[in-house]
Design a protein around this ligand. Structure first.
Ligand SMILES: [Zn+2]
Length: 316
């Protein structure tokens, strides 16, 4: 059964009525259907529409971030910070989808002029509070580019954003309009060709609206006036571990913590919850870690495109 009818026109290349239906999906009483454009290889869910800022606000782990200062854990951030070891003083950098701003804060320490945009106002509040970043904006991305007086940037980063938006080509055109002629643009997005992709709950709508491989990225970039300098695969083990843990999810810690509420004293409840937490962490690395490690080794030997794509772009 097809939940949502075939689109009439490809949102990337404009081709009409040349789509392959791939699968249906339903969540929160909403239905979606995945299509691939037979011309440009772009895969997208119908209806192809962002759920809006409110949907994201209610789902993040913002409460934790408001208490604990976020730290750099993602490979794409580390790669740019490595590049910035060379003299990036005075460079103007924009991070689209900056989240809580921990990455921009590191660049600011290196003397860069940093700007950030995210559609999550809570994340932006955390960024301002923890890192005292001035040029942070919480608004829809298109509106930001239309309404904000911006400089022309030396470097624009846009990590894990393109799969969330309902106008990926417009997003890239906006980046092109705000980059210096010799500037660099960096993107990242999950590889749709990775192993165990169907197990990652975050890769379904309305969270992610599109899925990308090298061919689709090359096509959208070309149509937006960008040339692809390199594509490499990052966080391969991390994402395989997430897939395997989704497969072996038992809810042990949550159930244990709930059942311990009848225990005689607060202290014994705390100890029990702590033990369950440690057991849960061990479980993550044994139940999920061993198969993820085997898949990771297998994937590397067989040239699988696991993890996320890290994409380096320049103007055409
Ligand atoms: Zn197309």
């Amino acid at each position: 059964m097809v939940f949502d009818p075939s689109p009439s026109e490809c949102p990337i290349c404009g081709t009409q009525n040349k789509f392959t239906f791939l699968q249906d999906f339903s969540r929160e009483e909403r239905t979606f259907s995945l299509y691939e454009c037979n011309v440009c290889a772009f895969q997208f869910w119908q209806p192809f529409q962002s759920p809006g800022a409110t949907w994201y606000e209610t789902r993040g782990n913002n409460k934790i971030q408001e208490i604990l200062k976020p730290t750099i854990t993602r490979e794409y951030h580390k790669r740019i910070l490595d590049l910035a070891q060379k003299d990036w003083k005075g460079k103007k950098i924009l991070d689209v989808g900056c989240g809580t701003g921990e990455f921009l804060a590191e660049l600011q320490k290196k003397g860069c002029e940093v700007w950030g945009i995210d559609f999550d106002p809570i994340a932006i509040r955390v960024g301002r509070k923890h890192f005292l970043l001035k040029n942070l904006y919480a608004m829809p991305i298109n509106k930001f580019f239309e309404a904000t007086p911006l400089p022309i940037f030396d470097c624009i980063t846009c990590f894990e954003v393109i799969e969330h938006v309902d106008n990926p080509k417009q997003l890239l055109l906006n980046l092109v309009a705000h980059i210096k002629p010799a500037g660099k643009i960096f993107l990242s997005t999950p590889s749709r060709e990775r192993m165990g992709a169907h197990l990652n709950g975050w890769d379904y709508p309305p969270n992610h609206l599109s899925r990308w491989n090298e061919k689709a990225i090359m096509n959208v970039c070309k149509l937006s006036g960008l040339k692809v300098l390199s594509i490499t695969y990052i966080e391969q083990f991390r994402i395989l571990l997430e897939s395997m843990n989704a497969k072996f999810h038992t809810g042990l810690v949550r159930r244990g913590a709930n059942s311990s509420q009848g225990s005689p004293s607060l202290n014994s409840r705390r100890i029990k919850t702590r033990i369950l937490y440690v057991l849960g962490t061990i479980k993550v690395y044994i139940l999920g870690g061993i198969p993820a490690f085997c898949l990771w080794i297998y994937g590397m030997r067989r040239g699988k495109k696991n993890g996320g794509m890290f994409i380096e772009l320049a103007l055409e």
